[in-house]
Design a protein around this ligand. Structure first.
Ligand SMILES: NC(=O)C1=CN([C@@H]2O[C@H](COP(=O)(O)OP(=O)(O)OC[C@H]3O[C@@H](n4cnc5c(N)ncnc54)[C@H](OP(=O)(O)O)[C@@H]3O)[C@@H](O)[C@H]2O)C=CC1
Ligand SMILES: CC(=O)N[C@@H](CCC(=O)OP(=O)(O)O)C(=O)O
Length: 345
């Protein structure tokens, strides 16, 4: 096949530059239009010296007509951006993958409550496909508009899914205790992610309600055909990349073979690795890669399942998953360009 012409709106953010990094190693993608308002006119490799020698492109303003020449445009922009610009691109026949939350919730009123703004194109929301290939692979293949999942939801949904699908747990009594590295907050300046605030420190945030909560509820609930509820507490870890989610669920029958349940559920998934019994997945084992590594356990005599789920928030939690979705949308092998091994240490 010919090269897929790719645009990235928000090419100077952490998720955007990760898409650029991944697509430089993709045999069928041609980076065509990379946007930034602040850095328009600057060479990409001047802004990101790690890319010197790999591409010869200059950032352009996001309204550049050149986006219309693309086959697919990734929006790696703040929430509330793609909903203004995606409709024109879709009307011009360009496929859109939004890494933000604009099209993740089918319940638009709920979306507006959590995101604090009116939706600019509620009529386009029903056509959006939630881009978690492990649950929506077939719909993604024919989608024109993909809502790439949030980073916490990716780790948490993949972690809970086998338990819920099998009916092994009560869907209303789940607990997700999750930690993220600081790159999850993006590249913009903010006090909480200053080195002097985040390093040698550890704290929870969003305990009274984080916007990923309705996303997890809606996606799992739709999958299950019944309401799902959970306690979700995110934390900020003094590291750069990675999410570690520790998930707890009460088992209906403590005799279940959890290892077999998870191995069977994810046997054919290229990007979910169910580790052997007794494993403790490390965030560095998925650093820079598109894998979600999962370990599941149950203490002797306990009726609580404990699931450990790790991802790189910028890869399986954002850019890698977006490229996985692009591969599906363009009929490519799903793992194309996503097969690098994480470095240790
Ligand atoms: N970081 C992560 O781990 C994850 C992020 N996401 C989501 O991906 C999106 C990008 O995140 P991240 O890369 O961290 O964010 P950053 O803050 O690092 O980058 C944002 C990018 O968007 C551009 N931008 C900002 N406002 C606009 C606008 N109004 N129109 C066009 N471009 C704009 C910025 O450049 P400029 O201002 O120069 O135009 C910049 O390139 C967010 O929605 C985030 O929630 C999802 C999962 C994980
Ligand atoms: C550490 C940190 O701040 N993480 C971010 C997660 C950002 C993200 O992936 O979320 P959206 O795409 O849904 O905005 C947060 O909790 O807001």
């Amino acid at each position: 096949m010919g090269q897929i012409k790719v645009g990235v709106v928000g090419g100077t953010g952490y998720a955007g530059v990760e898409i650029i990094r991944l697509l430089l190693g993709h045999p069928h993608a041609q980076l065509t239009a990379l946007t930034s308002r602040a850095d328009a006119g600057r060479r990409v490799d001047e802004v990101f010296p790690n890319l010197r020698g790999y591409l010869d492109l200059t950032f352009v303003a996001p309204d550049a007509a050149r986006l219309h020449d693309c086959d697919v445009v990734f929006f790696a922009t703040p929430n509330g951006t793609a909903m203004h610009d995606a409709p024109r691109l879709l009307d011009a026949g360009v496929r859109v993958i939004d890494l933000a939350a604009d099209f993740r919730l089918q319940d638009v009123a709920e979306w507006s409550r959590w995101y604090g703004m009116a939706h600019a194109c509620p009529e386009r929301v029903p056509e959006a496909v939630y881009g978690l290939p492990e649950i929506n692979r077939e719909a993604i293949r024919s989608a024109r508009l993909v809502a790439n999942p949030g980073c916490y939801p990716t780790a948490i949904i993949l972690g809970f899914l086998p338990l819920l699908r099998s009916g092994a747990v009560e869907p209303g009594r789940l607990i997700a205790d999750a930690k993220s590295g600081a790159s999850g907050a993006g590249r913009k300046a903010a006090i909480t992610t200053l080195l002097t605030e985040a390093a040698d420190n550890f704290h929870a945030y969003g305990v009274s309600g984080h916007r990923h909560l309705p996303e997890i509820r809606e996606v799992l609930g739709a999958r299950l055909g019944a309401p799902v509820d959970l306690v979700f507490v995110p934390h900020l870890l003094p590291m750069i990349r990675g999410i570690h989610a520790t998930l707890y669920a009460g088992l209906r029958d403590a005799r279940i073979d959890l290892q077999d349940l998870y191995e069977t559920a994810y046997r054919d998934e290229p990007f979910v690795d169910v580790m052997p019994p007794g494993s403790h997945p490390e965030t560095r084992s998925v650093r820079g890669g598109n894998l979600c590594r999962i370990a599941v356990s149950q203490a002797p005599g306990s009726d609580t399942a404990v699931v450990l789920s790790v991802i790189d928030n910028l890869v399986k939690g954002a850019a890698g998953q977006a490229v996985q979705n692009m591969n599906l949308m363009f009929g490519l092998r799903e793992a194309t360009g996503l097969e690098s091994v994480s470095p240790l240490p």
